[in-house]
Design a binder for this molecule. Structure first.
Ligand code: GAP
Length: 514
């Protein structure tokens, strides 16, 4: 299936089965804002639990907080967001559509890479086993030309971003012949900077209202509480503070469903280390985070690191973990070595010491920070995209399946009486009443058993428990596995353990070795 079609189907599946709805839909929606439905909220909660437990439960030296969304406005001055949290925007005069200039250039570079890869693929087919890819890339004239063009643009782009040179960014777009995807035209405006923070007013105007911001990241709530947590928790460097919460950005180019939205959730962890040790910790967290993603079992080839071309002035290393979405490899998580920038800025702007007394070194210093920052909504999208399947079964029947990792599935088991009589519904209800204390269960007696299985497949329920006439005789049920569709008979008194062994969060967490 064409990837575009897969994505469209995924979006409508999300709506049809109660995962994600357009916000304010009855009022024609609100741009780039989404609501999570009855299934979506469960999947989201399970993702949060997977992240939180992997940080806070598995690491003695990481604790969590939940800071307020509103914070003192000077925090955003100190962090640099008031002055520099901008996107470079460009408009196409014909379509009147607005784009991020850096994204247009990055997409152009990705197309160049694809051209090169296509040449290599063609040659691989032509030469078979004897093909030496390295030599081909280094000697084939066409590949070399493409590569040289790409590298030149890339070097100009990195320089323009680092120098904040908006004219040069426009010139790159013009020189590369980049066209507007809507109008196909090259009539571009100048590039301008646009601040992404939402603001509102706190207090009544009579008292003199204060302009406050909706936080664009959760990280600053961690920085300003760094000493509160360190002192009250008697934490010793290296230690981490984790937080899950909403963040808001007035994204101008908000596209691709929940990938880029104006209200979203972040799961961030700031790890405070001794200055000089930050790059070792950066490597450590890079690997730990990749392991966390890959433990979900979607295949290692679906992920890659993308080191940043442009480092923020305060960072000395930064990489993204990208996942192969239906619309290409895209950032899901960032890992950044932020040096002592944030704490130093807060020390300067607040006039309060932000230093840690290191008993082993016998001195005080501002710790350096390695941050891991993942967008929950993007993670949600990657998990849905990885799990969505359309299968043709024997006999030609089709089924839509969400092959979610059982631990993350919104419903762990569905309990289904084969028929709506002979005492089977009562028996099924009794099983739900027992198991609902441990698992998210659904009871369903409507329609044929085949239809009920399909409904559960579509929301990713890993196990369907069917109560039939034999159940009344020997207290056993059939348990159908979502993926293999195979059924086995299990005694009712062994069901609890059967489901727990296969769906408990600890199953996933145990794969995260250090
Ligand atoms: N504290 C660092 C920070 O906020 P970021 O790279 O701007 O870094 C981190 O954001 C993550 O937050 C991204 O990798 C992405 O998953 C998520 N994110 C950022 N903007 C988003 C948006 N508009 N919609 C959805 N997720 C977003």
């Amino acid at each position: 299936m064409v990837q575009d079609d897969v994505f469209k189907k995924l979006v409508s599946h999300c709506k049809e089965y109660g995962f994600v709805f357009q916000s304010s839909e009855i009022y024609d929606g609100l741009g780039a804002v989404y609501d999570y439905g009855q299934m979506g909220v469960e999947l989201k909660n399970n993702l949060k639990k997977y992240w939180w437990d992997s940080m806070v439960m598995l690491n003695e030296n990481i604790v969590g907080i939940d800071s307020a969304i509103f914070m003192h406005p000077t925090i955003w001055k100190a962090s640099g967001h008031v002055d520099a949290f901008n996107d470079p925007l460009i408009d196409n005069r014909d379509s009147k559509k607005r784009y991020r200039a850096d994204v247009l250039i990055e997409e152009h570079l990705a197309k160049q890479d694809e051209k090169i890869d296509k040449e290599v693929q063609k040659a691989t087919k032509r030469f078979g086993d004897t093909f030496d890819e390295k030599m081909y890339r280094e000697t084939n004239p066409r590949v070399l030309r493409y590569q040289q063009e790409r590298d030149e643009i890339h070097a100009r782009f990195v320089k323009a971003m680092n120098d904040n040179d908006l004219n040069e960014m426009r010139q790159i777009i013009v020189d590369c012949g980049i066209v507007c995807p809507i109008s196909g035209s090259r009539d571009w405006t100048e590039v301008r900077q646009f601040n992404l923070m939402f603001s509102t007013e706190m207090g009544s105007t009579a008292d003199g209202a204060m302009k406050v911001y909706l936080r664009p990241e959760t990280a600053q709530g961690i920085f300003v509480n760094f000493l509160n947590v360190q002192k009250t928790g008697r934490m010793k460097v290296p230690f981490g503070i984790a937080q899950i919460g909403k963040a808001f950005r007035n994204e101008i180019v908000a596209r691709q469903f929940i990938f880029r939205t104006r209200e979203f959730e972040q799961m961030e962890m700031q790890f405070f280390v001794t200055p000089g040790e930050e790059l070792e910790w950066f490597e450590y967290w890079k690997n730990r985070r990749m392991q966390w993603h890959q433990a979900l079992g979607f295949g290692a080839e679906k992920y890659r690191f993308h080191d940043h071309d442009k480092l923020a002035h305060y960072a000395n290393a930064a990489t993204d973990i990208e996942y192969e979405m239906p619309f290409g490899f895209k950032e899901v998580e960032g890992i950044h070595s932020r040096t002592g920038f944030d704490l130093s800025q807060h020390e300067q702007f607040s006039g309060k010491k932000m230093q840690y007394y290191d008993p082993e070194l016998g001195k005080s210093y501002i710790p350096y920070v390695v941050e891991t920052s993942i967008g929950l909504d993007r993670m949600f999208l990657s998990v849905m995209a990885a799990s969505y399947r359309e299968e043709t079964l024997e006999g030609g029947e089709t089924r839509v399946l969400l092959k979610l990792p059982p631990t993350l599935a919104p419903v762990k088991l569905a309990v289904l009486p084969l028929v709506r009589k002979d005492g089977l519904p009562e028996k099924a209800r009794a099983i739900v009443d027992e198991l609902k204390f441990s698992f998210a269960c659904q009871y369903d007696e409507k329609d044929s058993i085949g239809k009920r299985y399909r409904r559960q497949d579509a929301i990713g329920t890993p196990y369907c428990v069917t109560i039939d006439h034999q159940t009344l005789k020997d207290d056993t049920v059939t348990v159908r596995d979502r993926d293999t569709m195979e059924q086995e008979r299990v005694p009712i008194n062994a069901l609890q353990q059967f489901i727990a062994e296969r769906t408990d969060m600890s199953q996933l967490l145990k794969q995260l070795t250090h």
